[in-house]
Design a protein around this ligand. Structure first.
Ligand SMILES: Nc1ncnc2c1ncn2[C@@H]1O[C@H](COP(=O)(O)OP(=O)(O)O)[C@@H](O)[C@H]1O
Ligand SMILES: [Mg+2]
Length: 332
């Protein structure tokens, strides 16, 4: 069990309101990602849930019980940080068993849990090594193992993959998703990386300056962003925004078109511009285009496209793929 509810949770440091007031419902077994730019309050919100920070006001319930003022150890949650915080002089087995030893658990039960976690994480062959003899990904798995053995009602991850190189991050992303499927335990995962959010989450919570901008499934946010901030944050490369005459003609202050939603032609179309950089990846072609009297935009074509620097190109947003925003940035 691991349902978590936040009611008007507020957190300030001195007179700075970092979290002005968040309402959120996390269902048992859900994989929820908090995503937003650096400094928007993701870690603070997670630490408040974990009990590592007091709330300024509001209520936190876990499995229906009021845990607002409960000590971290009483909440049944396990946190995994970006820095693995492993003990270098202890073996992997001892590192994973550490929280159980602290809790004076029966040694046979400790062994059972450590072996089970090692099995899930493919660490069985490494139990007698020390952290210094492991790769970065393996160390992160040990840190996750130390959380698993506690059998928490929810896992809290704070940017756990930030220290890993790009290829390893992709592997670990998949491993954590698989782990969630195996354990079926609630996970709250904090990241500034919208690709991690899109690929891992059942439910994404987009935060900006401590406020929830939108909550929804990955494709819900992609297809129906509530405002310009979410529209620009979700999707890679970012959505292009156009203001002025084109937007006015479509009855909006601004319009947004994702790079993948332009039809491209070398002879005709709605918008015209000159290609600055053409990125030929084989699988995709990304064109950085300076529109005539307009902004610099990025358009993406699937596959190969024989267009290069200096070429003129016409772009037409695809039918039904134009997002419209009012002057306040709200989706129309
Ligand atoms: N202990 C603290 N005292 C004062 N300000 C803090 C403290 N912890 C975080 N903050 C401020 O709260 C804001 C959100 O920080 P944080 O939650 O770490 O953001 P994120 O994890 O999204 O990058 C930042 O402006 C940060 O400087
Ligand atoms: Mg943080």
């Amino acid at each position: 069990m691991g349902g978590i509810t936040l009611k008007q949770v507020r957190k300030s440091f001195g007179d700075i309101d970092v979290i002005p007031g968040v309402d959120l419902e996390i269902k048992d077994g859900e994989f929820v990602v908090f995503v937003g730019p650096s400094g928007c309050g993701k870690s603070t919100l997670l630490r408040v849930i974990a009990g590592l920070e007091d709330v300024t006001s509001g209520q936190i319930t876990i499995d229906g019980q009021d845990m607002t003022d409960a000590a971290p150890a009483k909440r049944g949650l396990a946190m995994v940080f970006q820095s693995y915080a492993l003990y270098p002089h202890m073996t992997v087995r001892k590192n994973i068993a550490f929280p159980l030893k602290m809790a004076r658990m029966d040694p046979a039960e400790q062994d059972r849990r450590v072996n089970h976690a090692a099995n899930i994480l493919n660490l069985t062959d490494y139990l007698d090594r020390r952290p210094g003899q492991l790769s970065g990904g393996q160390r992160q798995r040990v840190a996750i193992g130390r959380a698993i053995v506690r059998e928490p009602s929810a896992f809290l991850f704070d940017e756990p993959l930030s220290n890993l190189d790009a290829a390893l991050r992709v592997n670990m992303r998949v491993e954590i998703s698989e782990l969630h499927k195996k354990l079926a335990t609630t996970m709250i995962y904090v990241t500034h990386d919208q690709v991690e959010a899109m690929t891992m989450a059942d439910k994404i919570v987009v935060l900006r300056a401590g406020k929830v901008e939108q909550v929804g499934g990955p494709l819900e946010l992609y297809h129906k962003p509530a405002n310009r901030f979410v529209a620009g944050f979700i999707g890679s490369p970012n959505m292009n925004f156009l203001e002025g005459e084109v937007a006015a003609r479509m009855g909006a202050h601004a319009i947004g078109v994702r790079p993948e939603h332009f039809s491209m032609s070398t002879s005709q179309g709605l918008l015209s511009g000159v290609v600055g950089v053409a990125e030929h990846l084989g699988s995709d072609t990304f064109l950085h285009v300076d529109l005539d009297n307009g902004p610099h935009i990025i358009a993406r074509a699937a596959g190969e496209m024989p267009v290069n620097h200096g070429d003129r190109i016409w772009l037409t947003p695809q039918e039904g793929r134009v997002y419209r925003f009012d002057a306040k940035g709200l989706a129309l």
